[in-house]
Design a protein around this ligand. Structure first.
Ligand SMILES: Nc1ncnc2c1ncn2[C@@H]1O[C@H](COP(=O)(O)OP(=O)(O)O)[C@@H](O)[C@H]1O
Ligand SMILES: [Mg+2]
Length: 339
């Protein structure tokens, strides 16, 4: 790892804007946190926290419970004031330019109270009115945010009859009402079943495509590994890693592991996979058509392996990097194991 930040922690990769990050000339960094400290009475929740989030990126904020994620999110969204250090959102200081910052952000807290007896439309209309939108505009905006969150068909449903996944989407629709450039989402995927989680990730990808910057927290690294471009890992108030997700994944894989599934059984398939130059070992997941493949060299990229597998002319159904090792990396970084 290189480029230690001013914290002096060698585990930190400073994240400087680069041409591939999607920065346009004149763009301000979406979130710029410098030397941030925050204490509650005798307890220091954040220690010299530094990280940056590029505009139009999906940035994960990961740490175990109590790490300081919610505290940092509240400082960024102006619900708490920095005691020392600074936070800027699109170049505006949260203390000096609070109002301008608020206009550009949408914050979804981890627990938010819903007015459960209301319908989805009544709930959204209440917040649209709070933002000062005229009645006629409110109708259009509510239609737009329901479409964005894939909730078109639920406009008249009472909120208390919706699943948790649907309620999370109503929460997301709510924070989209003022068309914010930056979404701050505090553990939105916790408590969701796998399908609801995948659907939520799809919506977040679509919002990023529209040009929004998304800052999303979680206590599970693997949950965000495929979604996020970049990530900050925090433990007991200290940043342990900040930088590209890809680099974190590469640093923490001794060999490249992939999972692939074929559509129908193939004769001698394991043997043929093992015959590929790139492949070191193959394990078939019991009685399924899923195979775990380890490559001999860390530099074997997904493209190279995929091309080799396609050459075998088998009906390939899925192909992905195996991210199970990530939990171990996370444990190492956060010292959870010794707590
Ligand atoms: N209002 C508060 N008063 C006192 N301590 C707090 C308060 N909010 C958070 N803390 C403490 O600060 C630390 C970080 O909390 P938090 O930011 O909620 O972590 P996370 O969101 O990562 O679980 C925890 O030790 C927590 O107990
Ligand atoms: Mg929290």
């Amino acid at each position: 790892m290189n480029d230690p930040t001013p914290t002096g922690n060698p585990a930190i990769e400073a994240m400087s804007p680069d041409p591939s990050s999607g920065m346009l000339p004149g763009d301000a960094v979406a979130i710029d946190v410098r030397d941030l400290n925050h204490s509650f009475k005798n307890h220091q929740a954040l220690h010299q926290v530094n990280f940056q989030v590029m505009p139009r990126s999906l940035h994960g904020f990961v740490g175990p419970n109590g790490a300081g994620k919610t505290t940092a999110l509240k400082l960024i969204c102006t619900l708490l004031q920095p005691q020392s250090g600074s936070v800027q959102v699109f170049g505006k200081d949260v203390l000096k330019d609070t109002k301008a910052v608020r206009q550009q952000i949408g914050f979804m807290p981890d627990h938010f109270s819903m007015y459960r007896q209301m319908t989805v439309t009544e709930y959204l209309d209440f917040f649209a009115a709070a933002y000062g939108l005229a009645v006629a505009d409110r109708r259009t905006v509510i239609g737009d945010v329901l479409a964005l969150t894939d909730m078109d068909g639920r406009a008249d449903s009472p909120i208390n009859g919706l699943s948790r996944g649907m309620q999370q989407r109503v929460g997301l629709a709510r924070v989209l009402i003022n068309d914010p450039d930056l979404l701050l989402l505090d553990e939105p995927a916790s408590g969701l079943d796998p399908r609801a989680r995948i659907e939520l990730m799809e919506i977040l990808r679509a919002l990023r495509q529209m040009g929004k910057t998304i800052f999303i927290s979680s206590h599970i690294l693997s949950e965000l590994a495929e979604l996020c471009d970049s990530v900050t890992i925090i433990d007991r108030g200290r940043v342990k890693y900040t930088g590209r997700m890809r680099r974190l994944l590469e640093q923490n894989t001794e060999s490249s592991m992939y999972r692939l599934t074929i559509a129908e059984p193939q004769e001698r398939f394991e043997e043929r996979l093992l015959g590929l130059d790139e492949v070191d070992s193959v394990t078939r997941v019991e009685e399924t058509l899923e195979y775990r493949v380890t490559c001999s060299s860390q530099i074997t990229s997904a493209n190279v392996l995929l091309a080799a597998v396609l050459n075998l002319e088998v009906p390939l159904e899925s192909f992905q990097k195996d991210l199970r090792h990530l939990n171990e990396a996370f444990m190492d970084l956060t010292e959870q194991g010794v707590r």
